[in-house]
Design a protein around this ligand. Structure first.
Ligand SMILES: [Zn+2]
Length: 119
């Protein structure tokens, strides 16, 4: 069983940095049009488990389709290290791109395939 840990992550150039507290048992590999292109592997955390360390005021927002998710990317290096949106229950959630999180070995995680393409 994975335990709850605080991870740090961010974009490639270092402008965007954050902390996220999560247990990495619920990891999602989504096949929607944007995750497919990004290769994103995601974990979802509520706002109280997410802390922006830098760059939140400079990130650019990209939206598409239903425009319910803010895809946040660094204006300098373009890496989308996290996004925000509302979950099915209407609460704000942060989707952390685990490919941008420090020290996470993705090959050890059991990513649950999510069929975002047809959602
Ligand atoms: Zn950057």
């Amino acid at each position: 069983m994975a335990e709850m840990k605080t991870y740090t992550g961010g974009c490639h150039c270092g402008q965007v940095r954050y902390e996220a507290t999560t247990d990495l048992t619920q990891v999602v590999s989504c096949n929607c049009s944007i995750c497919h292109k990004l290769g994103a592997v995601l974990t979802f955390v509520p706002p109280e488990q997410f802390k922006s360390l830098s760059g939140a005021d400079t990130v650019k927002t990209y939206q598409f389709n239903k425009k319910v998710i803010n895809h946040l990317h660094c204006p300098t290096c373009g890496v989308q290290s996290y996004s925000t949106g509302k979950g099915p229950d209407g609460k704000q959630m942060f989707a952390i791109n685990l490919r941008c999180v420090d020290g996470v070995d993705l090959s050890t995680l059991n990513a649950f395939p999510y069929n975002g393409r047809d959602a």
